[in-house]
Design a protein around this ligand. Structure first.
Ligand SMILES: Nc1ncnc2c1ncn2[C@@H]1O[C@H](COP(=O)(O)OP(=O)(O)OP(=O)(O)O)[C@@H](O)[C@H]1O
Ligand SMILES: [Mg+2]
Length: 348
């Protein structure tokens, strides 16, 4: 039977795969990408985890711009001259490179827009910003927004392999915070603009200088406002897409053990609170039955944890993926895991 996860992936354009550290997020996100590509979809697989390992898993070099990871020749369908094949492109967001690029761009804008006497302070501000907490997160978020924007245009599915839960929830909440922050800045800007106009209306100091200098100031204001507004629009769009249940879903990966179950319940609650649709839970590395005493005992413990999970989240869609033998690296291993999701696997 096809997994809920694959069905959810086929119905959405944007998918986030998250969960506790080490439960199999990267493996399952990759297997899902491959399974969708085999169904003919063009998939962009994006790792947002600073500790990337897409490259390790796919056994090739993956970096900060997209590389082709798999091409799946499709069937020749009725009425179509060419086969409709899917593919997987992968990219690993590099937060430091993103921050440096971002600050360089902001620096150029600031040097152009700010009066000479403020530039020293601005440079110091940028140098601090490079190391400030939150800088990496907002850079990653900016790249997520970009990947969603360009990815939904050029691909059928944008699939994010995310960092362990806490980090990802903060990230999901950020578009909201950043939009509010920019709105506040814009509101201040509005006030000072109106203040300037008022002064001019009264024939006060703002109009006394007259002419060119004033016009330059208001041009700078307009440009600054535009930069802020573009950023705000980008985050607002991301927030809209992430909150749109027809477009976006979140998959929680876990293993059937006490801590991952507890953390998944928290994650489910936090995401739902943020208006994010949790499409399905994928219980990974299930121990087999009938394979000796040790594994039978493990499976029994897992059953208890799953019963608890089901009781806490009645109605939630739940997949089970078996523990596979051998190391999960390279095309063959990924194919095996993908087969578990399409229902063609051993446990199928
Ligand atoms: N179904 C499975 N059967 C056997 N091994 C698995 C299975 N799924 C994942 N693994 C193995 O579990 C380990 C963790 O998997 P993975 O790296 O995908 O987890 P992760 O959640 O992305 O980890 P991190 O939080 O560190 O990013 C890897 O060694 C992987 O090969
Ligand atoms: Mg991972």
């Amino acid at each position: 039977m096809t997994s809920h996860a694959l069905r959810v992936a086929a119905q959405r354009r944007v998918l986030f795969v998250g969960g506790k550290g080490g439960v199999g997020k990267t493996s399952l996100a990759s297997a899902l990408a491959l399974a969708r590509a085999r169904q003919g979809a063009r998939v962009l697989l994006v790792s947002t985890d600073p500790a990337h390992n897409l490259g390790h898993l796919w056994d090739r070099t993956v970096g900060d711009s997209a590389v082709r990871l798999a091409i799946c020749p499709g069937d020749v369908r009725a009425g179509q001259a060419e086969s409709v094949g899917g593919y997987v492109d992968g990219l690993e967001i590099d937060p430091q490179r993103t921050v440096d690029r971002h600050l360089a761009a902001v620096g150029v804008t600031m040097r152009r827009l700010l009066p000479e006497r403020m530039r020293g302070a601005a440079e110091r501000h940028l140098a601090l910003a490079r190391e400030a907490p939150g800088t990496h997160e907002s850079a990653v978020l900016e790249r997520i927004a970009e990947a969603v924007e360009t990815g939904t245009r050029d691909y059928d599915l944008v699939l994010f392999d995310t960092a362990p839960s806490g980090h990802t929830v903060r990230l999901m909440a950020l578009p909201e915070q950043l939009t509010v922050w920019t709105e506040t800045l814009l509101a201040n800007r509005d006030r000072s603009d109106r203040f300037g106009e008022a002064l001019q209306g009264l024939g006060g100091s703002a109009s006394r200088g007259g002419g060119r200098a004033d016009r330059r100031t208001s041009e700078r204001h307009a440009e600054l406002r535009q930069v802020l507004e573009r950023r705000q629009q980008r985050f607002a769009r991301l927030r809209d897409v992430v909150g749109d249940h027809e477009l976006t879903a979140f998959l929680i990966v876990l293993t059937a053990e006490r801590l991952p179950v507890a953390e998944s319940l928290d994650l489910h609650e936090q995401l739902s609170g943020l208006g994010v649709d949790v499409g399905a839970l994928v219980v990974n590395r299930r121990s087999p039955s009938g394979a000796g005493e040790v594994l039978a005992a493990r499976r029994e413990q897992e059953d208890t944890q799953l019963a608890l999970l089901r009781a806490r989240l009645p109605g939630v869609l739940l997949d089970e993926v078996p523990l596979l033998p051998g190391e999960l690296v390279g095309d063959v291993a990924l194919s095996g895991l993908a087969a578990e999701l399409t229902g063609a696997g051993r446990a199928g």
